[in-house]
Write a protein that binds this ligand. Sequence first.
Ligand SMILES: [Mg+2]
Length: 779
Amino acid sequence: MRLIIVSNRLPVTITEKEGRYDVSHSAGGVATGLDAFLGSQQAPANSIWVGWPGAPFAADKQEEVRRLCRERGAHPVFLPEADQELYYEGFCNDTIWPLFHYFPLYTSYDQEAWEAYVRVNQAFADEIASLASADDTVWIHDYHFLLLPAMLRQKRPRQRIGFFLHIPFPSYELFRLLAGPWRTAILNGLLGADLIGFHTHDYTQYFLKCVRRILGIDHHIGEIAVEDRLVKVDTFPMGVDFDAFNARAASNETARLRDMVRKPLGDCEVVLSVDRLDYSKGIDNRLLAYQRFLDDNPGWRGRVVLMLVVVPSREGVELYRKMKSKIDELVGQINGRFGTVHWTPIVYQYKCLDAEPLTALYTASQVVLVTPLRDGMNLIAKEYVASRSDDTGVLVLSETAGAASELGEAIQVNPNDIPGMAVAFREALEMPLDLQKPAMSAMRRRLRRYNVIRWADDFLANLQAPRLRLGQRILSAEHQERIVRDFDKARRRLILCDYDGTVVPLRPTPDMAAPTPVVIDLIQRLSRVAEMVIVSGRDRAALENWFGNLDVGLVAEHGVWTRRHGEWLLKNGHSLDWKSKVRELMELYVDRLPGAFIEEKEHSIAWHYRRADPDLASVRVKELTDTLISLTENGQANILEGSKVIEVRPSGVGKGAAASVFLFPEPDFILALGDDSTDEDLFKAMPRSAHTIRVGLTKSQARYSLYSQPQAVQLLESLAACGAPPADDDNEDSAPIRSVSEGRTGTAAYRTHEHAGKPLAESLGPPQAIVRPRITAAR
Ligand SMILES: [Mg+2]
């Protein structure tokens, strides 16, 4: 197995000038961290890194770049210059970056940039598909490739694909600001992976919530069923190469550099701030808080220095240039206001720092300020902790950085609260050693254990764990052919088929799901070649109205009513005393959940919530179910959870018991087909020889599953296309299972309803005719 790592930038940057190629290391915490993992014993023996080489190259130079990359275990993806600009500066950095960092005002929504983003993701998918073999694992990194997992999945359905997001995943309210097709494509894009990782539990939850609200797909403990796959979504807080920082902190070179930093500062305490230039980092707020701290604490003037390191970034972009000017201005203002001949409050460097000088700064600083407005993780905070080998030092950490959820011992601040931060700076500077040490050593223990190697190892172990592929039970084309063959050969054929979600798609309200003429025609054709039974939770009026004229069996209200050969039978022996109390309670919950409504049937009552807000609904469903359980404790009624519906019906009633009436005389072909938990009853009641199929992917008693409702219709169509059953040997009756004696169905378990025998319209009031079948079934 090879590990294929995919990131926007390769760990090496290649430049060319007049035929001379220069190869340098790319900066960045993620690249450094992954490099540390690849160098460790836990890494797979073979790995290859796919990414952009850092500059555009003419076609005649690409072969040389490929060769240079190959020598370093990398594989370049070349992009047209125009696409690179629109994709990276455009969609990645002007749309995803600001929006995911909670800066909607800086977010642009540019269609051209989106299209370039799609093209670049596709180019990567093509390149990886040409490179990867079946047993390779592909690990895709970050917001540049939100569409890539699904694009690659389409080309390589069985490839193992992991995705990790290194920036925050925003809450639904922010994410929904993306145009409809974009946000759907992004969520579906990510769901192409087998495992999706985020830094914090919050980001994981936000993602799951967006999937639920936008795609309408629920999860079960972080697992989402997508076609025949289970996609796992989980939290993996990225660590740093703890041992490397720890060792570097103790090196002679670091000591030398530290002395160089410290010497000119005399006895001053050092407070450190290191960030890439970006609006998400909140550098200006930090400077304002430092100013406030000096204002409020004159005793600290002359005794503390803020080392402010700002790493240049996106210098060509106007917004970043303005931000830089503002920082320059604030530094000038604070130094001008408080500085003296002997003391400069802020030492400001606008440059990149290598690992050694950075570690020297970490070890020289009593306090580090990591106060971004929003940050996916923030590795500076962790690098500082890893470098404090004497357990001293204080971390001031923004509560909106991903690292805050792991580093609870830090002094946590709200980066918008300037006075609060000023107080925290003082607290950090004045914290006695006996408080510093336990906090720092606890954080160090945690980061030493869950370092970057463990992080990557943990992610990959999860990605490679054998996962239940729901596809193992999916009804394949061969299975389906076998069912049709069995059906074709059988003389006594029985089809037990649910209605909503099986014959017709689920709709927001039950009355929107009336059968179309096409559906009626299908049922009618089936009724000519088999004993066709609609086994539904619907009330008897609706079923009679729709299918009353057809030669079909009907089961209404999940088995309260059964009709065979035109006569309705009521399951007897149950009381309906519970019904008014249940109705009252359900009415209360209709008021408490906008969009919910009640469907009252003769012997059961249902509370639907398909149109309600899914989050509020999940709370209300729990409350309502709990109350219903205590209300129905006397055992007269059962509570049934279906697809976005809670139904209460008399005890002892179920689709299974009702359908068993149709099992005599014994058919030699049975198909039971249904889409929700109420159909499980039906599957359980079937003999072993029956073909049982659940529509939708979930755990089921049924032998097979189908992805979707249209596939159920397809299967029914292929059965309808078979001719009438072969004639019985004794030539008694060629019609399917028609010779059942009335006495058989009128067993003790059932009694005829008082209205049976009369036209149903008389007992149920005027029919609400929706579809009138043209042909009346022969009786
Ligand atoms: Mg159904």
